[in-house]
Design a protein. Structure first.
Length: 295
């Protein structure tokens, strides 16, 4: 398996975008079976460069995250990125998790502060980490992993000081040892361009800043999703979703069209790659990549 920072460096020399996919651990055995035996194999036909597997709120999917990472790397020979959070973890527990991650051959970590369990606010675990930059520094000291971090083109929903302060925190994460940044999803490319230009020109950040994108599959679903993560829906997009209403088939077709146009513009403007939030489904992401000539 490769270090993801090396993947970005190699593709940059080839002037080709890095394509990555994100999955979340399902809650049921049926969901596990569908993801591992249907959706991931279908997405492998697009020949992505790496994938990532999320980590449930409060560390609730710890073992399943590692199981999926292990299966992807063993069965598909694809580099995987394991998410790891500060929530409910002491330094000793993080150290033990890093040993488990290393034991399954995973070389890459997405270091996050993480979400607390539903209905609660983030609190530092005694003996743990308060900020993701501290987690990044701890992982970097192990010298065994490539490290990614999250970026927020619209600012983190919990950062009350505003997006410029949040971007400064991102600079601190990179300075602590991060090799690349994957952004939260967004629908207005102007937000990404402002984020990228501020970080590179004003803050001197020089690691890949990778846009995170999603193909809408449901008008109601994407509204709920964006409320949770703090991303905005631009007025024109909102009006189109209102017109589509509960017609999920129409929403999915529109989502493919919108994501294709968004991704095309991002790549033409120099984005180093595309990170797709797949929602554990294959069809829309596959079609977007085919539309872009990248499948």
């Amino acid at each position: 398996m490769q270090f993801i920072g090396d993947i970005y460096a190699a593709k940059r020399l080839l002037k080709r975008p890095v394509i990555s996919l994100e999955f979340f651990p399902p809650k049921t055995d049926e969901g596990d079976k569908a993801l591992l035996e249907k959706h991931i194999p279908a997405l492998m036909q697009t020949r992505p460069d790496f994938c990532s597997v999320t980590y449930g709120a409060g560390g609730s999917t710890r073992e399943k995250t590692l199981m999926i990472v292990d299966r992807i790397q063993r069965e598909h020979k694809l580099t995987a990125l394991a998410h790891l959070t500060c929530v409910n973890h002491t330094r000793e527990q993080v150290g033990e998790l890093l040993r488990k991650i290393k034991d399954i051959g995973c070389k890459n970590i997405l270091a996050l502060r993480g979400d607390p369990p539903p209905g609660s606010e983030f609190q530092m675990t005694p003996g743990g980490f308060e900020y993701s930059s501290q987690l990044v520094k701890f992982i970097r000291e192990q010298k065994d992993f490539g490290i990614g971090v999250a970026g927020f083109p619209e600012g983190h929903v919990a950062c009350q000081e505003g997006k410029l302060a949040d971007w400064q925190h991102l600079k601190e994460k990179v300075a602590a040892g991060a090799d690349f940044v994957i952004t939260q999803l967004f629908f207005d490319n102007a937000d990404y361009f402002e984020f990228r230009d501020h970080l590179t020109t004003k803050l001197g950040v020089n690691v890949p800043l990778v846009p995170g994108v999603i193909a809408i599959v449901s008008a109601a679903g994407i509204r709920k999703f964006t409320q949770l993560c703090g991303a905005k829906i631009p007025p024109a997009l909102g009006a189109r979703l209102d017109a589509i209403g509960a017609d999920d088939a129409a929403a999915a077709e529109f989502g493919i069209e919108y994501a294709t146009q968004q991704c095309d513009a991002l790549l033409k403007a120099g984005a180093p790659g595309l990170h797709f939030y797949t929602l554990n489904k294959a069809a829309s992401t596959v079609r977007v990549l085919k539309n872009l000539g990248l499948a």
